[in-house]
Structure formats: structure tokens, C-alpha cells
Design a binder for this molecule. Sequence first.
Ligand code: ATP
Ligand code: MG
Length: 247
Amino acid sequence: MAPIIQFKNVSKSFGINRVLGSMSLDIISGETLTIIGGSGSGKSVTLKLLLGLIMPDEGEIFFEGKKITMMSEEELVAMRAQIGMLFQGAALFDSLTVFENVAYPLMEHYNYPDEKVREIVAEKLELVGLPGIETMYPADLSGGMKKRVGLARAIATNPEVILYDEPTTGLDPANTNRINELILELQERLQVTSIVVTHDMASAFKVSNRLALLHNKKIEFVGTVEEIQRSRNQMVQNFIRGEIGET
Ligand SMILES: Nc1ncnc2c1ncn2[C@@H]1O[C@H](COP(=O)(O)OP(=O)(O)OP(=O)(O)O)[C@@H](O)[C@H]1O
Ligand SMILES: [Mg+2]
């Protein structure tokens, strides 16, 4: 099957800091692929490249066979309606209510009547286990609730692809479990394709079909949970045993 997302020899530098160098990765439709790698290895940059929020210096990125680097701003906006993102740290708008936060991508992409927006927001909040909290503000929410509201916002437009940047970081075990269950449920119920970035290996093994290790500006290894656990690649073993920190 043709991959839904392809990174082909992608390079990206910020000034003299080369973050990705000829990095390639294919993501298959319907899978959950987790990107692991040290802090600063370029995981968040990879997700932002896919959303077209930043552009590569070299190489190509394809979404459903279309080159992101060739898309107009309009095409990029349309593509982003198909890709929901749970940003690192949830990144809710503090001055907006939960309702306004979750409705935000709907307002951005569609011209739905108020009643339909209310229905969708209620449905997504219900799905993440937080029904009826529309009038609350982010400041009133716990860390776990913020992540779940961020997830409700990410899925508001029924995207085909969901990107999760550190979805469980800083959460207690109960909330970590809840997020893991939601990732699995969205994949099973809605057949979405997911890319998860995490440092949490237990979560990675639980939710992933495949894992990819980003190291030294490239994908060092990609394989199923079993393949990665059995791998003799020293970097992989160091990483899953928690021996790689900063890169
Ligand atoms: N907009 C930017 N301008 C300049 N440098 C940036 C920018 N975005 C990222 N970088 C740099 O690119 C490198 C990779 O950053 P990135 O955020 O992708 O790391 P990461 O793998 O997500 O790390 P972490 O696990 O800590 O979130 C870092 O050195 C970072 O400082
Ligand atoms: Mg990051």
C-alpha cells in the first residue's frame, strides 16, 4: 500500500544548527507510528514540517501523494483540516473557554451553523471523557484535562491523521493510561493514522504498530514493537533502556 505520508531526504537547519540531514520516513495509512529520540533530536520539527508550519531546506514531504513543499497557502490550510495536532504541552488558548478552544479549528476551516458547532464540540468532549465542561477556562483544568481538551480540539475536524507531541509527558499513571486508551480507540474506531512523539517507552510500546528512532539527524531504525525490542542496534537498545538524553 502506498504510504499516506512520506519524508524523502528531508534536511532542515536553523542557522548553523542542522537538525535533520537527508531524513526519510514512510507512514502507512491506518498505522500508529511512534517517533522516539533524544531531546532536541528534531521530533517536534518533524511534525511541524508535516503540517507545513516550517519548510524543509532540501528534500520532499508528501501527504496523500501531494508535495507539501509545492502547496499554496490555501492547499496547506485544507491539508491541515485533515491533520489534527495535539501540541507539546497542549497549547490551549488561555483566554478562550474550552468550547472556544475545541471549536477553533471548526471556525477556521468550515462555516457551520452554531448548532452544528455546539454538537461537534459536545461530541468530542464526550469522546475524551470530559462532557459538559464547555464553559470552563484552561486555568481551571488539571494537566490531564488540558491534554484531553487539546485532543478534543485536534479531532474536531475528524482528521485522517492525528499527530501527538508528547501526549503523556507530565501526566500521572491514570491520565497516561487514559490518553493511551484514547489513542488506541481513535485508531480502532475511526481508522485514523497517528504519529506519536514520546519519551515514554511504556506508552510507545502500548500504542504503536511501529516505532522509528530519530538519531543523528536521521531515522536510525524503524520497525514493529517486537523488532525494536529484539534489535541489536546499539542506539536502539541504549534508547529503550533510557540511556540517551540530549543529542
Ligand atoms: N523555530 C526554530 N528556530 C530555531 N531553532 C529551532 C526552531 N525549532 C526547533 N529548533 C531547534 O531544532 C532542534 C530540534 O528541536 P525539536 O523541538 O524538534 O526537538 P525535539 O526532538 O522535539 O526535543 P524535545 O524532546 O525536547 O521536545 C533544537 O535544537 C531546537 O532548538
Ligand atoms: Mg519536542
